[in-house]
Design a protein. Sequence first.
Length: 415
Amino acid sequence: MKAPSLTTLILMGLVAGLAAGAALHAVQAPGEAGIVSAAEAVGGVWLDALRMTIIPLVFALLVTGMARAAETAGRGGLAGRALGVFALLLLASTSLAALVVPALLSAWPAPADAAAALRVSAAGSAVQIPETPPLAEWLRAFIPANPVKAAAEGAMASLVVFALIFGLAASRLDDRRREALVLVFDGVQAAMMVIVRWVLVLAPAGVFLLALTVGARTGIAAVGLLGHYVIVITVICLMAGALGLAAALFGGRIPPRALGSAMTPVGAMALSTQSSLACLPVMLAACERLGVPERVRGLVLPMGVALFRITSPAGNLAVALYVAHLYGVQLAPVQVLSGILVAALVSLAAVGVASSVTFFTTLVPIFMSMGLPMELLPLLLAVETLPDFSRTLGNVAGHVGVTAWARRWRGVDAA
């Protein structure tokens, strides 16, 4: 008999934890406060073990990714144009999410009982939302005068900017020095990934304990809250994918019927595999049907699969905004803007990283830059397999859409 996957075990831990917590909440068992406190403490240790890898992992991934992307863009031609369009659409999808999520949550807020219970529990925790700095101070914070201090204080926005500048500078070194430096940071991210995998082995137990804490404080209402969360994130991811289809319709001037026909097998493959990479052969065939030349689809589409995940920053910012909504945090425009920039930039760090790891790698920097509590992230990871369908569907729409658009680009040669 095949052993359950880690995703299945995490989901089982979530269900069991919520059920156990809800039972404690319902019967008001003796010693409930002590049980919940112990579960919160041990679950918090597991979460801290996972968080300790984020800064070195994200920094290393951004340095190596930026160094290689800058080298590709420096060649000009089709590759450089594609990278520019990827960046533009990532920012566009994230900015759109920043506008749509608050409007959606205003029209259809999270279940009131569960949100109120979470706010009460948060009020007694050590987590504090920092005050919004003045605009001039916020702008200056993007360039860290002391990068080591920025890392120690978790100033993720400035650390991301420093990593990108460092990676860009590394791309300008001679071949021997550049490869040596990139190899060092590649080793750092590989070592961090090993630690993350060790910690994730304990994820079912960690999620169980944290879910028990939430269930004990919210009761069965937590189930409705998680369902509401899944729907909101799914809507945002599909909306981001629609931007990719718009690129094909308006930029590539593809007739809607032709685009729908070409995307049908791609969508079916995306839903069945939840992997953009597995969809690559089907996407290549779809782009051929849409009249994209071989030299264009053979370069832009593989680059897109490797570097361009249009739902990643939009969906991740939506998670942050959703958590802010649950905790009753009123985000200032500068905090939202910081989240937009970090979400778009850090999405590049998710290249080649497993989805269970990507969830923390891309979300924790956004939460840190916006000053949001992260205690709910393990619970949201447990249900990530549900909106992950829409993430993959939106991503393949973005890949095909940009590639179809690229067939009309003028004045570029294949790099």
